[in-house]
Design a binder for this molecule. Structure first.
Ligand code: HEC
Ligand code: HEC
Length: 258
């Protein structure tokens, strides 16, 4: 019953949307430009930004010595200063050795397994999210710079296709909301271009951190579609495609979003 009511509500707002003006996607804009002034102010002030808590947790985990193996800091510097921020801004990357797309969270898990000789933290675990937030925050202010040529070209094309496929009971694609209606409101939320430069981000709605994978999952649930597994090929393709759309936008991690 409740689900039906929600889907009615959703369909109702969508009909309203469709009756409105169709906005063409011109300039690439961060989700930052679509949130309320108060939310922007919260993001801009490190003492107010709730996402900074995850950065701090990540920093602690980074230098924590695991029961067996090595700490991240022992190889990458106490504050991660040996990591190259320009290189971090390129994620997700194509990795020849892994034979496909590697996201930041995959890279961290690979390091836990192959370098630190520890058990990789499961996807969606708070610790992995905190580590990802800490590492990505090192590159805050760097423009997103995902590779678009070479091996990435055909993979991004597949991501582009997924972005335009209709999913779920409401039979819409990602592009329906994020390409056609940025600036319009749906259930009190202002639709943005669905960019990835703010992630992992703090969500006021859930009171939790979400990385890009989780955010996509939340949209698929909104579309009443079955979310992809965190390490599914579809998740990686969609994320790489979204981040390539964000090329040139400054990394905001941890952004604050509705
Ligand atoms: C024994 C040393 C060692 C440990 C411990 C280690 N790493 Fe790494 N890490 C590496 C090496 C070597 C590379 C680069 C080789 C590669 O790309 O696989 C790397 C690559 C990375 C990268 C990608 C950097 C880039 O520019 O692409 C990230 C992010 C990273 N590590 C994070 C972590 C985190 C987080 C931890 C702790 C959970 C960790 N590493 C533990 C050695 C280590
Ligand atoms: C019914 C409309 C709708 C559809 C369809 C939809 N989304 Fe969203 N999405 C939203 C709303 C509303 C938000 C929150 C406001 C915003 O940032 O746009 C959001 C937020 C996002 C964000 C976060 C943007 C930011 O800067 O915080 C991403 C990324 C995203 N969506 C990706 C997707 C992907 C990928 C799909 C397809 C699988 C999709 N969305 C489908 C409505 C939709």
């Amino acid at each position: 019953m409740i689900q039906l009511a929600i889907s009615r509500l959703l369909l109702g707002s969508l009909t309203l949307l469709l009756a409105g003006t169709v906005w063409a996607l011109g300039e690439v804009k961060s989700g930052y430009d679509y949130v309320k002034d108060e939310t922007r102010a919260m993001q801009d002030d490190d003492f107010e930004n709730p996402g900074m808590l995850a950065v701090e947790q990540g920093r602690e985990l980074f230098s924590k010595m695991p029961d067996s193996g090595k700490s991240c800091a022992s190889c990458h510097g106490e504050a991660g200063e040996k990591l190259d921020v320009k290189s971090l801004a390129r994620y997700p990357i194509y990795d020849k050795e892994q034979g496909g797309i590697v996201r930041l969270e995959d890279r961290i898990r690979n390091c836990q397994k192959d370098q630190a000789s520890t058990e990789p933290v499961p996807y969606y675990d708070h610790e992995l999210l905190a580590l990802e937030t800490f590492v990505r925050n090192l590159a805050r202010g760097e423009p997103v710079n995902v590779q678009t040529d070479g091996e990435m070209e055909s993979l991004l094309k597949k991501g582009d296709e997924l972005y335009h496929i209709r999913f779920g009971l409401i039979d819409m694609s990602c592009a329906h909301c994020h390409d056609m209606y940025p600036g319009q409101y749906i259930r009190g939320q202002r639709i943005s271009q669905g960019q990835g430069n703010g992630f992992p981000a703090y969500r006021l709605d859930t009171g939790e951190m979400a990385n890009l994978d989780l955010r996509i999952k939340q949209c698929l649930t909104l579309m009443r579609a079955e979310p992809f597994a965190p390490d599914a090929e579809e998740s990686k393709l969609l994320e790489a495609y979204i981040m390539s759309r964000s090329n040139g936008l400054k990394i905001e991690t941890p952004a604050v979003r509705y």
